[in-house]
Design a protein around this ligand. Structure first.
Ligand code: BES
Ligand code: ZN
Length: 874
């Protein structure tokens, strides 16, 4: 909470620190009603700084007990203290500073710094949480070696963990003291501490060079049967990073701890990752295939940070995408290798188009490397993460697999142990490949989603195709008149038999044969394709080769052809989605009819046993309401909902026997396995079921059987969702009650139960969501519960959230104001759907805007909420 208006911080104001830190020694004394933290910091003046430079330390919510400089106790006139910092006016060139503070982890509801979750203590220091533990230069370019002593009640907290290796362990008078030493220099945001009564699941991993690493997952005792999958995923990740990037793990021990109260998904603290329990714990009875895949991806992501983030870290938080974008790219390639590359690409493009494009066209739009922020927590966004990953992916396409690897080898070698910038990353790729990436770097600086307009003309006599591409990027807050970007457009020319035709293009240097990429680098360019005996069909932006929108007229027939024949799986899906968007548009206008050829094509896909079933499931899946919204000039959520419903129902009826047959073919009685092939089969089977229940009593009956008989949560949950959304209210209520009775003891399953209701058009009404907030299963202090109810409501139950009288907006507004005081990060995140008011039909937009105004006028806003609200009201 604050009095003055919060100030923005600018990238251009970056200055290196005046003092480096060589060593950090911390002593934690954990007690039920408080914790004492004693630090011993060995500083050295930056050679570039003035001799009279003061020492600036960050600190927030700390009770200062004492400061000693080189052993001498300082008194109040030697330093200045305010709400957020401690400044020591005069210090020598080298000195040891000892600071003692008292903090209260039990009262920490923001879940930043040291806090309690369930019966244990844990930490979250990224981005600026360490300053809530002690006074410290809490910035990522200050790196030091850490030694950590933890003192706690020996019986209550048998497990005491921190980064690195355990070097001492003693017990005296009922108190245990454990010492950890981390030999790798690191910034404070990678510090972690855990204390609790935990069980451990352990394994070993031998690195390629033959070093043995102990792997441990620590959980509360009731969760010990949910650790196996994450441990296996960890081993797969370690092997993959060795094979694909040549990167080995660098400590003798790697630990993961699961905690129930966590603002994010997981955190890559050096040698001691801390995970939201929902992102690490799974067994077949309680976790869906989706959860399994998410766990595998997050375990990999946090592990991969050990190199992309920890060994080479960020100079400042404007460089956040240096570690996050790159690491998301790495985990995406890992997932693509473990499962289906095409399906992974479809999932990522879906996120880009629904969430990132929305951010890019809204008031919080920002470049992958932002110029300024008020609260860094607000910048852990889909732009930094997913668009950042897309930008790295484009570099991979431009340089090719080998060139990219040469570049990352140079990057890791050149910058090991350093805190660097996005520029350094691109420079390493450039130096290793002798290409000029200057133009490409605009992707990091310019916000907004470029639009590529396409015009093609075929000259039969010359046997040539003229392709004109124009790009423009809309204005975003603080940025107009953008420069053209380097857009890699992967494409194919398809002949009438469905085969790709050989591509000869001029100018020849605009084409990279290996990746089938055309390089668009100017605002308008015309390319000539020759040697074409027939007019080809164009398959553009294959593999979603750039995070752009494509504006290209293609007939229904062309799209249907691409859906059936494109050799690029991503574009098959994309063609299908474009067709379906047209159907939904026509349904809105009251004139949708499924053509016979379309029905046949879908029917053939459902019967195709050569295709990956997970891929078929995506091909048959209608675009979500959020996806449709992003493709609409003006968003009318109620119209979108009913039009989509109509198309869904029409498909269910037209393809009823195909869905039934597909279901029967894939339904298996073999015991559940969280393996890729089985997951893929279940995804199509359950997609078929979701349609089947909409057309027949037989489908309903089968869903009830599946719900009762399933040996796994994937099938049980899919049947529940299908039945709850099938329109039979009494049955749905009975099933939801049955599910609660079965699973009320398991918080992670209860979260899924909350999402099924809060995210449903039928069950996620304002009144029902209010009732869920009163339910014994709900807890305002637990971010997973807040997300499961309020996040699902505002992001998935769009008809109810956008109720004309504004009751849905009020519900979210009240929640944001409540959470503003207890957990500002969660409050600001929850607020996102309200910031999109300018894109909505005007009536709804104005009702929404009034709620933002109400939040803005509220007395004491956190920096987090203040930044989002004030930027949204401009
Ligand atoms: N470094 C982040 C976690 C983080 C960021 C914690 C900011 C607290 C504040 C971590 O590596 C991360 O990115 N986690 C993601 C999941 C990942 C698979 C993209 C998350 O937590 O959502
Ligand atoms: Zn990350």
């Amino acid at each position: 909470m604050r009095d003055a208006q919060p100030q923005a911080i600018h990238l251009q104001d970056y200055r290196a620190p005046d003092y480096w830190l060589d060593a950090t020694e911390l002593e934690f004394d954990l007690h039920e009603d408080h914790t004492r933290v004693d630090s011993r910091l060995t500083f050295r003046r930056n050679a570039a700084s003035a001799a009279d430079a003061p020492l600036l330390l960050n600190g927030q919510g700390l009770e200062l007990l004492s400061i000693h400089l080189n052993g001498t106790l300082l008194d109040a006139q030697d330093y200045q203290l305010d709400e957020e910092s401690l400044t020591i006016t005069t210090v020598p060139a080298e000195f040891v500073l000892e600071v003692s503070v008292r903090i209260d982890p039990a009262a920490n509801t923001a879940l930043e710094g040291l806090y309690r979750s369930g019966g244990m203590y844990c930490t979250q220091c990224e981005a600026e949480g360490f300053r809530r533990i002690t006074y410290y230069p809490d910035r990522p370019d200050v790196m030091s070696v850490f030694t950590t002593h933890i003192n706690a009640d020996a019986e209550q907290y048998p497990v005491l963990l921190s980064n690195g290796n355990k070097v001492a362990d003693t017990t005296e008078g009922g108190r245990r003291r454990v010492t950890w030493h981390d030999p790798h220099k690191k910034p404070a945001y990678l510090f972690a501490l855990v204390a609790g009564d935990l069980l451990v699941k352990e394994d070993q991993f031998t690195t390629l060079s033959g070093r043995n690493v102990t792997l441990q997952i620590f959980v509360e005792p009731r969760n010990i049967d949910k650790t196996e999958y994450a441990l296996d995923a960890l081993k797969r990740s370690m092997r993959w990073d060795e094979e694909v990037y040549g990167r080995e793990y660098d400590l003798d021990i790697f630990m993961i701890v699961a905690v129930d109260d966590f603002n994010m998904g997981a955190m890559e603290n050096k040698g001691l990752n801390i995970f939201n329990s929902s992102c690490v714990l799974a067994n077949p009875a309680t976790a869906t295939d989706t959860a399994y895949q998410r766990i595998e991806a997050i375990v990999a992501h946090e592990y991969f940070h050990n190199w992309s983030g920890n060994r080479v870290t960020c100079r400042d938080w404007f460089q956040l995408s240096l570690k996050e974008g790159f690491t998301v790219f790495r985990d995406a390639c890992f997932s693509a290798d473990m499962h289906s590359a095409t399906v992974k690409r479809i999932e990522d493009a879906n996120i880009m188009r629904t969430v990132q494009f929305a951010e890019d066209s809204g008031p919080m739009a920002h470049p992958v490397q932002p110029d300024s922020f008020i609260e860094i927590s607000n910048f852990y966004t889909v732009t930094i993460y997913e668009k950042g990953a897309e930008v790295v992916g484009m570099l991979h396409k431009i340089l090719g697999k080998e060139g990219f690897r040469k570049g990352t080898d140079l990057y890791f070698e050149r910058h090991d142990g350093q805190a660097v910038t996005i520029h350094d990353f691109v420079q390493a790729l450039q130096d290793a490949n002798k290409v000029d990436l200057t133009l490409f770097k605009r992707w990091y600086k310019q916000a907004g989603t470029p639009v590529v307009q396409v015009e093609s003309h075929y000259d039969a006599t010359a046997q040539q195709l003229y392709l004109t591409l124009r790009q423009h990027c809309p204005d975003t807050p603080g940025q107009s008149n953008k420069l053209p970007m380097w857009i890699p457009v992967q494409l194919g020319l398809i002949g009438s038999n469905g085969d790709d035709l050989p591509v000869q293009v001029s100018p020849a240097n605009a084409w990279t044969e290996a990746s089938q990429v055309l390089h668009l680098t100017e605002s308008e360019q015309t390319f000539v394709f020759s040697g074409l005996a027939e007019e080809p069909r164009l398959s553009l932006l294959r593999d979603f080769s750039a995070p752009v929108k494509v504006d290209f007229e293609q007939s229904d027939e062309d799209l249907l052809f691409l859906l059936q024949h494109d050799s690029d799986g991503f574009n098959r899906w994309d063609a299908g989605q474009r067709l379906m968007l047209r159907w939904i548009d026509r349904a809105r206008a009251g004139r949708f009819r499924l053509a016979a050829a379309e029905q046949q094509a879908l029917s053939a896909l459902l019967a195709d046993t050569q295709l990956d079933p997970a891929m078929v499931a995506y091909l048959l899946n209608l675009p979500s309401e959020a996806y449709i919204a992003e493709f609409s000039a003006v968003i009318d959520p109620l119209a979108i909902h009913s039009a989509r419903r109509q198309v869904q129902q029409a498909l269910a009826v037209a393809l009823a026997s195909d869905f039934a047959a597909c279901y029967q073919r894939l339904h298996s009685t073999a015991p559940y396995q969280p393996q890729p092939a089985a997951m893929a089969a279940r995804s199509l089977k359950n997609l078929a079921l979701s349609y089947w229940v909409k057309s027949s009593a037989e489908g309903m009956e089968q869903a009830r059987r599946q719900y009762q008989q399933a040996d796994n949560m994937t099938d049980q949950m899919a049947a529940l969702v299908a039945l709850v959304n099938s329109g039979e209210r009494a049955q749905a209520e009975a099933l939801l009650e049955d599910f609660w009775q079965r699973w009320q003891h398991d918080p992670l399953v209860v979260n899924q139960w909350l999402v099924v209701q809060a995210g449903s058009a039928e069950f996620g009404t304002v009144e029902q969501v209010q009732a869920l907030l009163q339910h014994e299963a709900f807890d305002w202090r637990n971010p997973n519960k807040v997300r499961s109810v309020l996040g699902a409501f505002a992001n998935q139950s769009l008809v109810n959230f956008h109720r004309a009288d504004g009751a849905g907006y009020d519900l979210l507004t009240d929640a944001v104001l409540k959470l503003n005081d207890s957990n500002p990060q969660i409050a600001a995140r929850l607020l996102t759907p309200l910031t999109r008011w300018q894109r909505l039909v005007p009536a709804a937009g104005q009702v929404m805007k009034a709620r933002l105004q109400r939040i803005k006028e509220h007395g004491s806003l956190s920096k987090d909420v203040y930044e989002v609200v004030s930027k949204s009201l401009i």
